[in-house]
Design a protein around this ligand. Structure first.
Ligand SMILES: C[S@@+](CC[C@H](N)C(=O)[O-])C[C@H]1O[C@@H](n2cnc3c(N)ncnc32)[C@H](O)[C@@H]1O
Length: 199
């Protein structure tokens, strides 16, 4: 079948998801079992909120999701969702998270993407910087044996990022889900079995 650029966006609209990105996370969850019922999930770069919608469905009523983004969330807050409108570089981000949930997270997700300039090397460098920051948050916030799903723009710095994840997780995969725009540099690192020094 020929590639239809609007297929996923159309489907998202029909199925009530806020963005086509939902299908990337659904595919990753089918393959890697990212979520379990009752999980605590941190979603970085969460706006408008299709990953939050997916996570909430998967974790059920005993779970909890915190979303973080510069932009407002389009998912309303509820008993098991809280949103922080913040920059992931904000120095008080992690203390603000602790005010909501004191325990480490079962999964940390990041779909954070820089504003693209169209200049491939600049975009890749910005994405690399964001990923390093995300990795720092993952290391502080994830529970032992937890899972991280992190978007990166593939480029010359990607092997360094993969190495960092491999040092800290038992299994690391790099995946391009079907719903990801073909030809884009976007790929997802799925890292399972976090080797935390904490429990
Ligand atoms: C591709 S969108 C995320 C889509 C989201 N996963 C969903 O399913 O609705 C990337 C998001 O990263 C956010 N972002 C980029 N840089 C950020 C930063 N420094 N701090 C927080 N959010 C950031 C953007 O505002 C944008 O909403």
């Amino acid at each position: 079948m020929a590639y239809e650029p609007d297929k996923w966006a159309k489907r998202a609209k029909e199925e009530g998801y806020l963005a086509r990105s939902a299908y990337k996370l659904l595919a990753l969850d089918r393959e890697f079992h990212v979520f379990r019922r009752g999980d605590l999930v941190l979603d970085l770069g969460s706006a408008p909120g299709s990953w939050v919608q997916v996570a909430l469905k998967k974790i059920g009523e005993r779970g909890f999701v915190i979303g973080v983004d510069l932009e407002p969330a389009k998912v309303g807050t509820s008993v098991n969702f809280a949103f922080l409108r913040k920059d992931i570089y904000d120095a008080d981000l992690e203390s603000e998270l602790k005010k909501i949930i004191k325990k480490p997270f079962d999964a940390v997700l990041s779909d954070v993407a820089p504003n693209t300039t169209g200049q491939k090397d600049v975009d890749q460098w910005r994405s690399h910087e964001l990923t390093l920051r995300v990795f720092g948050i993952v290391k502080n916030e994830l529970k032992k044996n937890g899972t991280a799903v992190v978007k990166v723009f593939e480029g010359p710095d990607t092997p360094e990022i993969i190495l960092l994840f491999k040092e800290s997780f038992k299994r690391v995969s790099m995946v391009k889900p079907e719903a990801s725009i073909k030809g884009s540099k976007e790929v997802y690192i799925v890292a399972k079995g976090f080797k935390s020094i904490f429990t």
